[in-house]
Design a binder for this molecule. Structure first.
Ligand code: SF4
Length: 490
């Protein structure tokens, strides 16, 4: 053996990262299942199961190919790598650039040699070049540049269909009496069951843990959901937990699928003429726009960005985040219990229900970030830091997003069927049955009036606040709601 290739649990692809060009004759492959990773935090067991079982399946596929594989359990990653060297000699260790600052630093300190991280379509230096050239970091500007650079849905540098995005055709509320396609189930195998036993957790069949399962999920999305993806991508309904979402982010984020494979499949389907442009563009934007942008911003902002708390939010994490019985708010009950079941809800409940609540109640951003990292199946550090600190709770003072994503109950009422059975009324801002979102939205604006005064994108909201004749009553009700939420009684 000439070298050790270390495979982190989010680099599980044979043709990308350090495995590209690897040879069974010369390369020993090392995986480390560290105690820090498995027991260090209060991880959602569905997430833990998915990550560990996927890594063990990938390790098995490499053994089947003829590689010598060390799958080590150790206290930390570095301890595991030392063990690999103790068994096989002090060989050089190779790894693709890790996906978090912390791991980058630890491995670099240990002397691991990095090859470029090509699990994204945008090399880190290229993103930096773009960000350095911008006054503000509008995702839309980055996305348009990506479309041209990658030659996707463009002709002569102009967007096909005459527009860069078709959100006006999307953003529909959930349809009534609609037949949703069946979910794809992924039967458990021996490795899945073994990991489940070790974690004392019976895993759901929602998530694949193999490359072939991830490819089947991609096919399922393209064949049964892609055409309808756009119109309902922002809708929330108790009729169906996944709607027409692809459910591909776990596989993209642990490496079982590469972004280029997903884009190629989407464009091939679009070329058949059966996929409306609005759906195709909306999906492509998630992959070559948002996903790349968020990863780029993580590296661009640096390791201290996650510590931002520019709205001075210090409330402890609300009890409802860990126990859906601690609230009567139907939108939260549904969202939290979905997360407990399968470690996933789509981007709108994450942004407009969970983060919105954390934002307008003033939950400590780092506590909320930790919770978001722990509960979602696809919650890599690089995903969650910009998404929570920048987008979700505006803790960076607007470095990433020009205005906070704060909303009252009217948005949730329009985009879901959650409000009808709820004991609260999204139209009311005062009184016992007022929707907590609606009350707290106005109270939040009032609390941060000064901070937002110079932000012209907030002028409409502040003008609305100034027109409220019952602001003292709203503030009074907000105090009761905040106290009740902190006690788990709202
Ligand atoms: Fe949520 Fe308010 Fe609607 Fe109830 S009324 S489901 S609390 S948005």
């Amino acid at each position: 053996m000439q070298r050790i290739i270390y495979i982190p649990f989010d680099h599980l692809h044979r043709n990308f990262g350090a495995m590209k060009g690897a040879e069974p004759k010369t390369d020993l492959i090392a995986f480390v299942e560290s105690a820090r990773m498995t027991t260090g935090r209060n991880w959602n067991p569905a997430r833990l199961h998915f990550l560990i079982s996927s890594a063990r399946h990938f390790a098995q596929s490499l053994k089947d190919e003829g590689f010598t594989v060390e799958y080590l359990k150790a206290k930390t990653t570095i301890e595991g790598l030392k063990e690999a060297r103790a068994i096989h000699g002090v060989l050089p260790i190779i790894c693709a650039e890790p996906s978090s600052f912390k791991q980058y630093e630890q491995l670099q300190e240990f002397g691991v040699h990095f090859v470029a991280n090509d699990f994204f379509l945008t090399p880190r230096p290229l993103f930096k070049e773009w960000a350095d050239s911008q006054k503000n970091f509008l995702m839309e500007n980055f996305y348009r540049q990506q479309r041209i650079r990658l030659n996707i849905l463009v002709e002569a540098k102009k967007p096909i269909g005459g527009a860069w995005n078709f959100d006006k055709d999307n953003r529909l509320p959930p349809p009534k009496n609609y037949i949703w396609p069946q979910y794809l189930e992924h039967p458990l195998d021996d490795i899945d069951r073994q990991v489940g036993d070790e974690l004392s957790y019976p895993p759901p069949t929602t998530w694949a843990t193999t490359r072939s399962g991830a490819l089947a999920q991609l096919d399922n999305f393209i064949n049964h959901h892609f055409a309808e993806f756009g119109p309902y991508e922002d809708a929330m309904t108790t009729d169906n937990w996944s709607l027409h979402h692809s459910l591909l982010s776990p596989y993209l984020n642990n490496g079982l699928l590469h972004a280029s494979e997903v884009i190629d499949a989407a464009l091939r389907a679009f070329e058949t003429g059966n996929i409306p442009l609005a759906s195709c563009e909306g999906f492509i934007r998630q992959i070559i726009g948002w996903r790349e942008y968020v990863n780029g911003m993580y590296w661009f902002f640096g390791p201290h960005y996650r510590e931002n708390n520019q709205l001075n939010a210090h409330r402890k994490l609300l009890p409802l985040f860990t126990d859906s019985n601690k609230t009567s708010m139907n939108c939260l009950k549904v969202t939290i219990s979905d997360i407990q079941t399968r470690a996933w809800v789509h981007h709108i409940p994450r942004l407009m229900v969970l983060s919105n609540l954390a934002l307008i109640t003033g939950v400590d951003p780092q506590e909320f970030l930790d919770w978001m990292r722990e509960v979602f199946i696809d919650a890599a550090e690089w995903v969650m830091v910009p998404n929570v600190i920048g987008m979700g709770v505006h803790a960076d003072g607007g470095q990433m997003m020009t205005k906070p994503y704060a909303a009252g109950g009217a948005y949730i009422s329009r985009m879901s069927n959650y409000c009808k059975p709820c004991k609260y009324n999204p139209k009311l801002r005062t009184g016992e049955t007022a929707c907590p979102f609606t009350t707290l939205y106005w109270d939040f604006l009032d609390r941060h009036r000064e901070a937002f005064a110079s932000n012209h994108r907030m002028s409409q909201q502040l003008a609305g606040l100034n027109r409220l004749s019952d602001l003292p009553e709203v503030n009074e009700r907000a105090r009761e709601v905040l106290e009740g939420l902190s006690k788990g009684q709202i």
